[in-house]
Design a protein around this ligand. Sequence first.
Ligand SMILES: [Mg+2]
Length: 187
Amino acid sequence: MSNNVIEMIVEIPKGSSNKYEYDSLTGRISLDRVLYGANFYPGEYGFIENTLDWDGDPLDVISLVTYPTLPGVAVKVRILGSIKMIDNGEIDTKLFGVFNDDPRFATYQKLEDVPQHLKDEIENFFLQYKALQKKSVRIDGWGDLKHAQQEIKECQERYKKYEKQLAKPNGKEEIMAEWKAKGLGQA
Ligand SMILES: [Mg+2]
């Protein structure tokens, strides 16, 4: 990460109601599910390679975008902050940023530069998008750039620690079971 710019791999382009997910074991992008309600992603959604968050997946990113890209595309995102999301009791932080190579976002250099409504829209999306699945999502506010950078660092270190285990067919399940037993990553 140079300054606050980091590469995200896009899974879901803005406007999609299909939740695509990258599978690191097969290298394929597959359809996890179609969102149950009439909801669509309000930004480009993806992850940072070589990271591991408490939900057993790479660290998630949602980025503002003018023109949606495609699943699998690598994009440089200027990270501005984070969304402290708790998904069904599991810590599932989302980093938030803008496309670094889109001049339309040149004036968005910190979280306060982003219009409040755009942040409200993203927050509302995550609070709503699992409602028809009867799953609860909580947001404990937004974090600043420092929080986001700390999150990246921790997820990179966690990945290094579990990298070998993750590469095994049931590795993720074993790691998650271990964490659950220890009460790690719960909120
Ligand atoms: Mg996640």
